[in-house]
Write a protein that binds this ligand. Structure first.
Ligand code: FMN
Ligand code: ADP
Ligand code: MG
Length: 206
């Protein structure tokens, strides 16, 4: 069921253990529901992102934080997503973090130096999506920004700063969307607190 009353802000002003928590991985294909079914796209990254950072036991739920996108490895040929979570290995991740493929000329905004330095406010879901009864855990990040194109393959680096709520099941898709919209507002307010912006420095890692 959806939460009847929601706190406006979540987490202490200064992150406490286990936060700040770093997770990263390439944007992979999910079930195609975020945009199509809910109107809220989520950039899915492999679950191995949690084990690599030593946080396999992180509780499922909704979190907020900051992220960067390295668009140099994003698909540019309009072929769309090519890999699913199952197709990726730790070796893929290590390769992706060190790839130095330069942005192609004539790609407009995509892959510019400015894009790579930009830090996005994010709200994310880690879990089994009870409304859809997924059999596998997923990590999905909604960036609080508008993109004109998909960025499958881009390397997403995340610093999670706080917990918002556990995952819920819902009586309808509209109820799920309503709660996600409130998560977005809670994330915005939680990140806007004094000191919140300072944590974005954590993202300046290789
Ligand atoms: C902020 C946020 C909160 C979410 N909360 C829930 C939830 O409580 N229950 C649930 O079943 N799914 C939740 N989801 C996950 C959506 O169901 C999911 O984004 C959708 O199924 C898209 O999946 P896909 O990326 O595999 O297409 C949430 C997603 C976001 C971004
Ligand atoms: N604001 C955004 N936040 C997250 N992803 C976005 C955003 N805008 C566009 N996208 C793109 O939308 C893609 C599709 O998301 P979604 O509909 O959830 O499909 P999938 O099930 O493949 O994850 C993401 O992988 C990403 O490339
Ligand atoms: Mg998604």
């Amino acid at each position: 069921m959806s939460t009847p009353t929601r706190p406006a802000i979540c987490g202490p002003p200064t992150p406490t253990h286990p936060f700040p928590l770093k997770i990263s991985g390439p944007v992979i294909k999910g079930f195609g529901r975020g945009s199509a079914d809910l109107g809220i796209p989520t950039a899915n990254i492999p679950l191995s992102g949690l084990s690599i950072s030593g946080h396999t036991d992180l509780a499922s739920g909704i979190y907020y934080g900051w992220c960067t996108l390295d668009l140099r490895s994003a698909a540019r040929d309009g072929s769309g997503p090519s890999k699913t979570s199952q197709d990726f290995s730790v070796a893929d991740l290590e390769y992706s973090t060190t790839t130095t493929a330069a942005p192609r000329e004539g790609d407009g905004e995509t892959g510019t130096e400015t894009d790579m330095q930009r830090i996005y406010a994010t709200v994310l879901s880690i879990g089994f999506n009870p409304f859809y009864a997924n059999s596998q855990r997923s990590i999905e990040i909604h960036l609080l920004a508008h993109f004109d194109a998909d960025f499958y393959g881009a390397m997403l680096r995340l610093v999670v700063l706080g917990f918002i709520r556990p995952e819920s099941d819902y009586v309808s898709r509209e109820a799920l969307v309503q709660d996600i919209r409130e998560d977005i507002r809670v994330a915005q307010r939680s990140l806007a607190r004094e000191g919140g912006e300072d944590r974005s420095d954590e993202l300046r890692y290789a």
